[in-house]
Design a protein around this ligand. Structure first.
Ligand code: HEM
Length: 204
C-alpha cells in the first residue's frame, strides 16, 4: 500500500469512533446516562489522537520511516475535530446552549476552564494545518507555533485530573504515555546538543 493510501485509510479510520458511538446512541446502548457517555468518549478520543500525533516523530525516527511524518496533520486535525465535538456536546446537549450557565461553569469549575483553554490553544494549530498557511507563515514560524502541542498535552492531562473524582487509573495511564512521548523529545534534544549536530533542529 502506498503512503498516500495509508494516509487516506487513517483519515477514514479516525471517523470510526464517531460512527460507532453515533450508532450506539441511536440503538440506545450507552447505558443510563448516554449524554455523559458521549461527552466522555469524545474527550477520550481527542486525547488518544493527541497522543497519536505526538507518537509520529518518535516512531518515524526509531523505525526510519520518514513518510510517516505526513500522518501528523490528519491525526492533529482529527484530535481537534473530536475536541470540538466534545465542546459542542457539552454546550448543546449538557448545557442546552445556556450561555450564562456555561460562563458560570467556566469560571467556577477549574476542569472546564482548563478544557476550554486547551481547545482554544488547539485552534491556531488546526487553522494553520494546510499547505497555504505553512507557506504564509514560513516553515520556522509554523514549527514554532506548532510546538504549542507540548503545552496542550499537559493541559489536557490537568483537565483529566481535575475532572476525575475517584478512579485515577486512566489519568495515570495517560500521564505515563505523555511523559514517554515528551521525554523522548527531551532526550533527543539533549543528545543532539551533546553530539553537537542537531541542537537547533525541530523536535516536533
Ligand atoms: C472545549 C472545552 C472542554 C470542555 C467544556 C470539556 C468538558 C468536559 C466534561 C463536561 C467532561 C465530563 C466530565 C464528567 O462526566 O464528570 C469531560 C471529560 C473529559 N474530557 Fe473534556 N472538555 C473540554 C476539552 C477537552 C479536551 C481539549 C480534551 C482532550 C484533549 C478533553 C478530554 C477529556 C477527557 C479525556 C475526559 C474524561 C473521559 C473519561 O474519563 O471517560 N476535554 N470534559
Amino acid at each position: 500500500m502506498s503512503w498516500k493510501r495509508a494516509r487516506l485509510l487513517l483519515m477514514a479510520l479516525s471517523l470510526v469512533p464517531l460512527l460507532w458511538y453515533g450508532q450506539q446512541l441511536l440503538d440506545n446502548r450507552l447505558g443510563a446516562n448516554p449524554i455523559e457517555a458521549v461527552i466522555r468518549a469524545s474527550g477520550r478520543w481527542s486525547l488518544y489522537l493527541l497522543l497519536a500525533t505526538l507518537a509520529v516523530t518518535p516512531l518515524l525516527r526509531l523505525f526510519h520511516l520518514k513518510p510517516l511524518g505526513s500522518f501528523r496533520r490528519p491525526l492533529g486535525v482529527a484530535c481537534f475535530g473530536y475536541g470540538l465535538l466534545h465542546l459542542l456536546l457539552y454546550v448543546g446537549v449538557d448545557q442546552f446552549f445556556d450561555g450564562a450557565a456555561i460562563w458560570k461553569d467556566i469560571l467556577k469549575r477549574p476542569f472546564i476552564t482548563m478544557g476550554v483553554a486547551t481547545l482554544l490553544l488547539m485552534l491556531p494549530l488546526a487553522l494553520t494545518s494546510n499547505n497555504a498557511m505553512v507557506r504564509q507563515l514560513g516553515g520556522r514560524r509554523w514549527k514554532r507555533l506548532h510546538r504549542l502541542i507540548y503545552l496542550i498535552a499537559p493541559m489536557a492531562l490537568l483537565h483529566l485530573y481535575w475532572l476525575t473524582k475517584a478512579d485515577y487509573r486512566f489519568a495515570y495511564q495517560m500521564t505515563v504515555l505523555v511523559a514517554l512521548l515528551l521525554g523522548y523529545r527531551v532526550l533527543h534534544l539533549a543528545r543532539g546538543h551533546f553530539v553537537g549536530n542537531q541542537g537547533g533542529k525541530s523536535v516536533t
